[in-house]
Design a protein around this ligand. Sequence first.
Ligand code: BEZ
Ligand code: FE
Length: 272
Amino acid sequence: MTTAVGGRERLAQVVPDALDAIHEVLKRHQVSEEEWMAALRFLTEVGKADEFVLLSDVTRTSVLIDALSHGDDESATATDVEGPLYRPDPPWREAPVKIYEDYDGVEEGEVLFVRGKVTSTDGTPLPGAVLDVWQTGPNGGYDIWDERQPDFNFRGRFGVGESGEYELQTMIPKPYTVPTDGPVGRYLDAIGQHPWRPAHIHFKVTADGHEPLVTQVFFAGDPYLDNDTIGAVKESLVKAPEKHEDEAELREHGLDSPFFTCHFDIRLRRAR
Ligand code: BEZ
Ligand code: FE
């Protein structure tokens, strides 16, 4: 909801209804002064801890807003929520794109190549597209949490080839918990909601003349696909990585243990 000129009209439409809804709930549950003050203290702490995006995510409000904003145009790749862990200006990665550096712990992971093609919804290749991806390492941690990882590890921006094709080398991420050490973590504990997310890779994709896409890719068989704490899993975004163990293929990729590949084509809507 914008607050720029013209936003006033929108505020006048939405805010009274929002207040009516809140007042109705307060009346229905006969909420006391003490309970209301506790709620206000909680929201103050959420603000101080910079956890409003996280609160929006775990209450499934971000998923709702994503659906309202993008509809369900099946000709385009499904959108998904961004979450609070995106870092702007990640390193530009030249081809062959590898989004991580070796670090103490990397050997615990399994190499994954994600490949696909970026096109318009009518199939036209988009050679000027730029991908920006971020994910946890194989130990379930983002670079900002895992002290062993170099800064901006498992993050990166890169371009695509002349036919819109791309390939990136990463490692299969693992399920992880959203941050639980702040007020939102206490809220989850209080309402008995677990903090786990299924493993995923985040994508932001841009191309001239097209609507930017923010989405995530998930992996078949993950134990949290049906109960993601932010409710963001969409069937069309669940992929099944294929395992490669053939010696010649391993040599070709300079690897000494089995690796996985996964296909993810990306279709962008033309800007309206
Ligand atoms: C994430 O996927 O990065 C994320 C989403 C919601 C809350 C916390 C993290
Ligand atoms: Fe994430």
